[in-house]
Ligand binder design. Structure first.
Ligand code: FES
Ligand SMILES: [Fe+2]
Length: 329
């Protein structure tokens, strides 16, 4: 093994690495619930477009195109604002209903064009995330995403760790990582991963179950499951004797080159704050080390249309079939 530190690659444009058109249909995280209110417009950039995120008078989260349909002002520029349930454009002060998007009034005419309306995206909230539905052809949402906290509501989950960062992985290949079982040992040098037992298709996406490890070792995993909602979200649960973790990780494309990944980790209450802190820190460190190892490769990888798969590679093609389905619709 060469002990010299490797040369760092410069960024490689996505056009050299992935020819995929559009993004997979699904629910994507565009903000934290705590970041938005009925008094402010939160400007964000995702899906190669500019968006605003806010709450209407009923407290419902909304995502709209940031550009005013009149003459294209960015609604969150200058003194653009949300005022008493209406979004007020900074340019000519047209007022749009924050619930329906319809233009309610124009200060200098009584004749509001009937088509004057903001473009909204279907939006929902789940476990502190604001999720926006994306479909390449603009079709309506099909199924709600998997809710890991609700599915394991018999347990008490404590928030343990949060982190967000940009990545340049070809988005469709990110979660292929879970199905690529050979890299667990070869890249992460880990032998502690159970075998994949089965992959089940659901309305929300894919459920991946792992074999339980035999009892004996203190850290033996009794239950491990991943649930993928679209290609934007993965929920991961690990339960063992005296410990348990769940992660809800999301990825949202910023533009063709970059995506934002958010890691949210929860842990089971051990009953001891010191123990919670100790176990939580150890698990978070392990997760971030593995993500760092992955990203050093994934940020430069190419999406190969025809990968050369060999025995022992894991059920990679199960993910590929699923990703194709999400992109084709
Ligand atoms: S551009 Fe928004 S009111 Fe004119
Ligand atoms: Fe990995």
């Amino acid at each position: 093994m060469n002990e010299m530190s490797p040369i760092e690659l410069p960024p490689i444009p996505m056009s050299h690495r992935d020819q995929t058109v559009g993004f997979g249909k699904g629910w994507y995280c565009v903000a934290e619930s705590a970041e938005i209110s009925a008094d402010t417009l939160l400007p964000v950039s995702y899906f190669d477009r500019e968006l605003i995120v806010f709450r209407d008078k009923n407290g419902d989260a909304k995502v709209a195109d940031a550009y005013c349909p009149h003459l294209g002002a960015h609604l969150a520029s200058a003194d653009g604002c949300i005022d008493a349930g209406e979004i007020v454009c900074p340019f000519h002060k047209w007022r749009f209903d924050a619930t329906s998007g319809k233009c309610n009034s124009i200060p200098y005419t009584k004749f509001v064009p009937p088509q004057a309306k903001l473009s909204f995206y279907p939006t929902m909230e789940m476990n502190g995330m604001v999720l926006m539905w994306w479909h390449n052809a603009g079709a309506a949402p099909e199924a709600k995403p998997y809710n890991v906290i609700e599915a394991h509501s018999d347990k008490v989950w404590l928030p343990a760790f949060e982190r967000s960062f940009e990545t340049t992985v070809p988005l469709r290949d990110l979660h292929e990582n879970i199905f690529d079982t050979a890299h667990i040992q070869q890249l992460h040098r880990s032998n502690g991963m159970p075998e994949i037992a089965d992959v089940v298709r659901h309305d929300f996406g894919l459920e991946v179950n792992f074999e339980a490890m035999p009892d004996g070792e203190r850290t033996a995993i009794h239950f491990m499951q991943f649930n993928f909602s679209g290609m934007s979200m993965v929920s991961h649960v690990v339960l063992g004797t005296g410990y348990g973790f769940c992660q809800n990780n999301t990825i949202t494309p910023i533009d063709r080159e970059r995506s934002l990944m958010r890691i949210r980790m929860f842990m089971l209450d051990t009953g001891s704050p010191e123990m919670n802190e100790q176990i939580g820190k150890a698990f978070a460190a392990r997760v971030m080390t593995e993500i760092d190892q992955d990203m050093k490769v994934l940020n430069f990888k190419k999406h190969l249309e025809r990968p050369l798969i060999c025995a022992g590679d894991g059920p990679i093609m199960k993910w590929r079939e699923y990703a194709e389905e999400l992109l084709a619709a």
